[in-house]
Design a binder for this molecule. Structure first.
Ligand code: ZN
Length: 263
């Protein structure tokens, strides 16, 4: 199934129509299996969709989860998942205009896992059951603040307003031909800057859910940004950063695309 958020209401989407679940996203995600659908469907515009979870309580993100990106960043593949947060105030919808802060703003396409009922110490074998669905995300990052100190700090530099665009819809894992192997691309203007498949992750989604929930109880609507492949701007020769007026398009097979313009 496909879900979205319109005016803060969680809606089921089918054939260009939306059905209001009567719930806010966090309440709906806690009981996705038992949502009623007695209300009449209504037409909607894709451009009206907000972030599938506009106000998540926890946002986890994973650094260096693809070998070529770890290599371009100058690191060996990590032995354990490197987890940081994007503070929830950075989360925004799929088609937001983002104000660029001074510095070196950069892109990172990511597949984002959205937690359903959640739980503590979820075994890897049950981890997909804890995932309500997948959505498209950008882990926008300001590299100067990120790399100014030693060691670098990720969370703050990745949490400016608008630095966590997500959407346009949440797709349940059963909708994918192979939920562990999903292709994605990122274009800056017309140029393909990143592409990958989720099967290339060092720590796949079930492993991330197990490792994170071993420490932090996962709550309905929590987001996991699962890492980016090679091709980010600060590792290009010469480096390339986001500029006002540019358009960044991130597309995930089976979900759709999000699009940011910058000012
Ligand atoms: Zn990232």
């Amino acid at each position: 199934m496909r879900f979205g958020t319109l005016d803060g209401r969680f809606v089921a989407l089918r054939d260009g129509l939306a059905v209001d679940t009567g719930l806010d996203p966090l309440s709906a995600l806690a009981r996705l299996d038992s949502l009623g659908a007695s209300l009449p469907p209504f037409p909607y515009e894709e451009s009206s969709l907000g972030a599938p979870v506009p106000h998540p309580r926890q946002v986890f993100a994973v650094a260096l989860n693809y070998r070529p990106h770890a290599a371009e960043a100058g690191y060996r593949p990590p032995a354990d998942p490197l987890i940081f947060t994007k503070f929830p105030s950075c989360i925004t919808g799929p088609f937001a205009e983002v104000t660029l802060p001074p510095g070196r703003p950069d892109w990172e396409i990511e597949v984002v896992a959205v937690i359903g009922a959640g739980g503590f110490a979820i075994p890897r074998s049950q981890a997909w059951d804890a995932v309500a669905g997948l959505t498209v995300g950008q882990d926008l990052s300001e590299r100067e603040l990120q790399t100014r100190g030693t060691p670098p700090q990720f969370s703050l530099a990745k949490s400016f307003p608008g630095f966590g665009p997500t959407g346009p819809v949440l797709v349940t894992p059963d909708e994918f031909p192979d939920r562990d192997d999903i292709a994605f691309t990122c274009h800056l203007g017309d140029e393909l800057v990143q592409h990958g498949r989720t099967s290339e992750m060092i720590f796949p989604i079930p492993e991330l859910v197990a490792r994170i929930s071993a420490v932090c109880p996962l709550l309905p609507g929590d987001l996991i940004f699962t890492g980016t492949p090679a091709g980010v701007g600060n590792r290009r020769t010469p480096p390339r950063y986001l500029r006002p007026g540019e358009v960044l398009t991130s597309r995930v097979e089976g979900i759709g695309e999000i699009r940011q313009t910058f000012r």
